[in-house]
Design a protein around this ligand. Structure first.
Ligand code: DGJ
Length: 736
């Protein structure tokens, strides 16, 4: 244990020189990342105090903080009920109080990080909590979580059990995401007022359609993109959550984040420990953009599956062909994709069902046998066809669900979640029901869905894992009367255990987390998944907003972003192909259409765009994101760019959002470039009959970032091809 080494450097432990000078055991401890520190005071016999979270701090400053003191680091409900608490319990004897104090402090490390653990223990009851802060060596991210342990002689009911508490100095602003199916990730930025602001989810199975478990706090007024202090926080959980910000007359907003205790009070058995999901915390003085880049770095390095692997350009069959899968149609899509330069074909919903063929969303989930009417030569044939065209093969499944019309429910009616005394609760199309993943037999079945596909067709390299149903049931008949409220928590444990098994056996498989679009865009599901389907809405204009919000927390490499047909399937909006391409290229590019419905000219445009995307892919997928003009700012445009780490390459995206005669658009200042270098500009996905005036020209990074570029309001096109839409993708390459 290196509790007392003085390190203000990366990944070290910090302590107060006061105590060290006096030869006493220091009571102040901290952890640090490359650019941030988190400091707590942990005196024996007292509750730990939160002293600091911010840019790297030095020992003399810690001494000052130590004298000044700070709020309790993890408020518990007990002797002081006036304020909100992170933890509340009912002891076996009915006592509702906690009175805790520091018992011990320890430091451990793994290859990525240092972990500070402060253990607090009740003064009377054998009940303890480890408060853990894990600081990464290579990114500015600290994960906070707790481990709650019951050593009492009977069960303790946890009525609130937050992962972490963070006091945030007033007066802060909050940025958060909310929405609905096909309208996910709308951004709200608001000043925090007196009272409680709560962001909560109770869906049970998927948790990000309506709100998100990730937030940003602006500490210097309304948060700005590239300046000002910002704290980002992401609860890494895929189940029900509750984020609360309690603002009273004190100096601090009190931020609590954890599993939502509504319907989920947890009975902790004697000898049992409860590990809460981590809350990832980051601090940046480079505004929202800096905090986002920290999340993206951490995601790629530590959270995403295969965060260092380039994603392939894929064609997904859903919007192109819906349930009407046939072998010929799949063969055609595969060869069309190959001719466009695509790299992976994904067969979506509609390929399965024997007694009940899947023709719509009212039947067949759970019957994961190939529909031989549609695919007489099975999946193996498609894998081979794909291989013969030099593309990979992927497949859609929704293994947590079944339908009221399915062979599975006939064989295993007891595998479906049911509330005692109630009728079964149905979801999608009035037919879809949830399998009870708390049941080990169901876990084996769900693992088996993937395992059989993979063992029978080892060529499968991608799985789109969908979840179109909400949890809905409140409780489950497998549980005794006094344990009903465990269901949702155990459901997600069951899911995690299945996914662990899948990843152990198939570490190279690429997996997309889809949940009726963006229902599972969270950091809790990520250790197992490579990417998200951020929305079922593929309308390019609305996608700008959806991807903008999502980019606050998640990197482009994790955002499936597909060129779809026009008019759009969800919004019926007509958007020209150029614009659709330019939006899709800003994420993980794919196609969501029937290539045979395109004209030759459109196919050629897609082929060219895919080729260009392959060139810029490393910059988009691994580069630093700079958001330049927000679609929420009412400036009629949105713009962002990605810069390679060494600042030698960049890709600039610009989309006009509305069109009026005589409109004036803002000049866009770039960001993230090297001011001292010079960059040559080349337009990608060009449709204009004449090049832009800046085409092929070289500009200094300083000029591009201080003055910026004027982008024309319209495209220059032949009469008859004119469009009110306008978008640009510029590739910048350093020439010196
Ligand atoms: C919802 C998904 O988000 C869609 O992409 C598609 O896979 C459908 N489910 C299929 O039912």
């Amino acid at each position: 244990m290196r509790l007392f080494s003085v390190l203000s450097a990366v990944g070290g432990i910090l302590f107060s020189s006061l105590a060290a000078a006096a030869g006493e055991a220091p009571a102040v401890y901290g952890v640090s990342t490359p650019g941030t520190s988190l400091v707590v005071k942990a005196e024996q016999g007292k509750m730990p105090r939160f002293l600091y979270f911010g840019p790297s701090i030095e020992t003399p400053d810690i001494d000052f903080l130590c004298r000044a003191g700070g709020p309790v680091a993890y408020p518990v409900l007990g002797l002081d009920c006036a304020t909100d608490a992170a933890l509340s319990v009912v002891h076996p004897d009915g006592n509702l109080s906690l009175d805790m104090a520091v018992e011990s402090v320890s430091l451990s490390s793994d290859e990525d990080s240092e972990i500070l653990t402060v253990t607090i223990r009740d003064k009377v009851y054998p009940f303890s909590v480890d408060l853990c802060w894990k600081a990464y060596h290579d990114v500015d991210m600290i994960e906070a979580r707790t481990v709650i342990r019951n050593d009492e002689d009977g069960p303790v009911t946890l009525t609130r059990f937050d992962s972490a508490f963070l006091p945030i100095r007033r007066d802060a602003w909050l940025a958060h995401l909310s929405g609905t199916w096909a309208g996910e990730a709308r951004l709200t930025t608001e000043q925090l007022e007196l009272g409680v602001k709560m962001i909560a989810d109770r869906n049970g199975v998927r948790n990000s359609h309506n709100s998100h478990a990730e937030v940003m706090f602006g500490l210097d007024g309304r948060p700005q993109e590239n300046s000002g202090a910002v704290i980002g926080a992401a609860l890494c959980y895929s189940g029900n959550y509750q984020l609360r910000i309690d603002t009273d007359a004190s100096d601090y907003h009190k931020f609590f984040a954890g599993i939502n205790p509504d319907n989920s009070q947890y009975v902790l058995e004697p000898g049992e420990s409860f590990e809460t999901p981590p809350v990832a915390l980051t601090y940046s003085i480079e505004g929202l953009g800096g905090a986002s880049r920290n999340f993206h770095d951490w995601a790629r390095a530590h959270r995403l599956a295969h965060g260092d692997r380039e994603r392939k350009v894929l064609l997904n069959s859903w919007e192109g062909i819906s349930y009407f899968i046939t072998e010929q149609a799949m063969d055609d899509m595969i060869s069309d994709l190959a001719s466009l330069g695509g790299e992976l074909f994904v067969m979506d919903d509609g390929w399965f069902g024997d007694r009940y063929p899947r023709m719509n969303d009212r039947s067949s989930l759970g019957d994961w046998t190939v529909d031989r009417e549609k695919l007489p030569h099975g999946i193996g044939h498609l894998v081979q066809t794909a291989a013969s065209h030099g593309v990979g093969f992927g497949i859609w499944i929704e293994p947590e669900m079944t339908d009221t019309t399915s062979e599975l429910i006939e064989t295993h009616p007891d595998w479906v979640v049911r509330i005692p005394q109630r009728d079964i609760v149905t979801g999608r199309a009035g037919a879809q029901v949830l399998l009870d993943l708390t049941n080990p037999d169901v876990q084996d079945f769900v693992f088996g869905v993937v395992d059989s596909l993979m063992t029978q067709n080892p060529g499968i390299e991608y799985i789109k894992w969908d979840a179109n149903n909400s949890g809905r049931p409140n409780g489950a008949d497998r549980y005794p009367a006094d344990r009903q409220s465990r269901f949702y928590i155990d459901y997600h444990r069951g899911l995690a255990s299945v996914l662990d098994r899948i990843r152990a056996k198939y570490p190279d498989l690429t997996m997309q987390a889809c949940a009726g679009g963006g229902g599972r865009v969270n950091y809790g599901i990520l250790p197992w998944f490579d990417e998200f389907w951020t929305s079922d809405n593929t309308d390019a204009l609305q996608r700008i907003y959806i991807q903008w919000g999502t980019s606050y927390f998640f990197p482009a490499i994790a955002m499936g972003s597909h060129i779809s047909a026009s008019p759009n399937h969800q919004t019926a909006r007509d958007v020209p192909l150029k614009y659709r391409i330019d939006v899709a290229m800003s994420g993980r590019l794919g196609l969501e259409l029937q290539p045979r419905s395109m004209t030759d000219q459109e196919r050629e445009m897609c082929r060219k765009a895919i080729g260009e995307y392959k060139e810029i892919r490393p910059v988009v997928q691994f580069g630093d994101l700079y958001r330049l003009v927000s679609p929420y700012d009412g400036k009629s445009v949105a713009s962002l760019m990605y810069c390679s780490r060494d600042k030698s390459r960049a890709v600039f995206f610009w989309w006009k959002l509305e069109h009026f005669q005589g409109m004036s658009l803002p000049r866009v200042r770039m960001a993230g470039l090297d001011p001292a270098r010079h960059y040559r500009i080349c337009e990608l996905d060009r449709i204009d009959t004449v090049p832009l005036p800046l085409e092929g020209l070289t500009f200094s990074g300083a000029f591009l970032m201080s003055r910026g570029l004027d982008i024309p309001v319209s495209h220059t096109l032949d009469p008859g091809h004119r469009t009110s839409w306008s978008s640009r993708v510029l590739y910048l390459e350093a020439v010196d």
